[in-house]
Design a protein around this ligand. Structure first.
Ligand SMILES: O=C(O)CCC(=O)C(=O)O
Length: 223
């Protein structure tokens, strides 16, 4: 993470780096902090993590193909108490689409304490397939009720270098950061390029790219 220097904000390159200073910047210019984080998510050094041989071979194994494609990527900065950026329960598929045979790859970039939260998942929830959703402002909320902390849900505690793989249909949400340090994490969505239904639909993009889920999956929208 130290690759992106905040030189335009703090002075000379090399003296201050993103991971230690974005929190400071956030205090007086949060719009610029968001800009920096968003730009850092497009760094080649960050995106090249997707091509690490270990990551690629696990994705190939899980998806049963070597025709992988990268449907989406994100870099998250979750500061203690910044609850407005947390994502409620969802499946990634309506937001990303492309191929319904995909995995979400979630990984910390730095170590953080368990109190800093992470991603809360409902294990095996993918087995019930694509869930019905309801439009709520710009968001698609799951139509079925889910309590905030179901007994079967887990928050895997990972350190830098660990990677969580989950099916794109796994229900998950953000777990708030109640620690004292920033939670820096990366997310990739890697799919099966040649999956017949993805090919047939023409690889539609998801809600995050401005393509509404309704266009290809009206049957999963409830009013
Ligand atoms: O890391 C988090 O807080 C949740 C990320 C998430 O739900 C997602 O990227 O789909």
């Amino acid at each position: 993470m130290a690759v992106l220097k905040t030189k335009h904000v703090f002075g000379e390159p090399g003296d201050l780096d993103l991971d230690t200073n974005v929190a400071k910047l956030d205090l007086f210019d949060s719009a610029h902090a968001v800009e920096l984080i968003s730009a850092a998510g497009r760094l080649h050094s960050f995106l090249s993590i997707t091509t690490l041989p270990e990551l690629r071979s696990i994705a190939c194994f899980l998806l049963g193909t070597s025709d992988l494609f990268l449907s989406a990527s994100s870099l998250r900065y979750d500061a203690p108490g910044a609850d407005h950026y947390l994502i409620p329960w969802h499946q990634d598929y309506p937001f990303i689409q492309d191929s319904e045979k995909s995995v979400v790859v979630w990984f910390p970039l730095l170590d953080f304490a368990p109190e800093c939260g992470g991603v809360r998942i409902l294990p095996e929830s993918n087995q019930e397939g694509i869930r019905k959703v309801r439009q709520k402002e710009n968001w698609l909320e799951l139509a079925g009720p889910i309590e905030s902390v179901p007994r079967s849900s887990i928050v895997p505690h990972l350190g830098a270098g660990d990677v969580l793989f989950m099916d794109t249909l796994t229900i998950h949400r953000s777990e708030a950061n109640r620690g004292t340090s920033i939670r820096w994490t990366g997310q990739f969505r890697i799919g099966d390029y040649a999956h017949p239904r993805a090919v047939e639909r023409g690889w539609p993009r998801g809600m995050t790219m401005g393509q509404h889920f309704r266009e290809y999956h009206e049957e999963f929208i409830v009013d």
